[in-house]
Design a binder for this molecule. Structure first.
Ligand SMILES: [Mg+2]
Length: 194
């Protein structure tokens, strides 16, 4: 169980995180705990962001549910496993937002929709204009841009390196770094979350 959010005196900044290819290795339609492999340094990076006062949220498209490849319960087992490990590193992720729809199904939150970021803003008092989005696909960056976050960061893990090669012209507004640990270091150099 996560600790309840601490009382707010002022809106805090958040770091919104894609899951596959950012926190854990990209595997097509990952839904088994044994396939969830951390990208090195990730739990510790989440711990440092938590310590600096950032809200953390995972925002993930899980079309494998809508396509019938796996269930919400499968996904939740993976998330419970990830949560145990990041809590051990002192990290607190306040909420995992997921869009279960297949691409052809109507969806409120499926990235690049910014809806889950707006939801986090309304539910937790996140200051989106001081927040960050970290992802490995263009839809992650577009989600952050659509929500008006301060900066979107592309990591070269997952699909990121391939995107950097193939779509550089679309990345001029993004910061590109090697991995989440590097993204966290850059974010922390800009200031705390509180
Ligand atoms: Mg991804």
């Amino acid at each position: 169980m996560s600790a309840p959010p601490r009382p707010e005196t002022a809106p805090r900044a958040a770091v919104f995180l894609d899951r596959d290819g950012v926190l854990i290795e990209e595997r097509n339609y990952l839904h088994r705990v044994e396939d969830a492999v951390w990208i090195p340094g990730t739990p510790a990076a989440l711990g440092r962001l938590t310590e600096a006062g950032f809200w953390l949220f995972v925002v993930t498209n899980q079309s494998g549910i809508g396509r019938g490849y796996y269930t919400v319960a499968d996904m939740e087992r993976v998330h419970a496993h990830l949560q145990r490990e990041w809590e051990r590193a002192g990290a607190r992720v306040t909420k995992i937002y997921y869009a279960p729809e297949a691409p052809e199904q109507p969806s409120r939150g499926r990235k690049p929709s910014p809806q889950f970021l707006f939801d986090a803003g309304a539910e937790f008092g996140v200051d989106l204009s001081r927040s960050y989005m970290v992802g490995d696909k263009l839809i992650d960056l577009e989600c952050g841009w659509n929500a008006g976050v301060r900066r979107c960061i592309l990591v070269r893990t997952g699909y990121g390196a391939e995107l950097e090669r193939s779509a550089a012209a679309q990345l001029t507004r993004a910061l590109v770094v090697d991995d989440l640990a590097a993204a966290a270091a850059w974010i922390l150099a800009q200031g705390s979350g509180g």
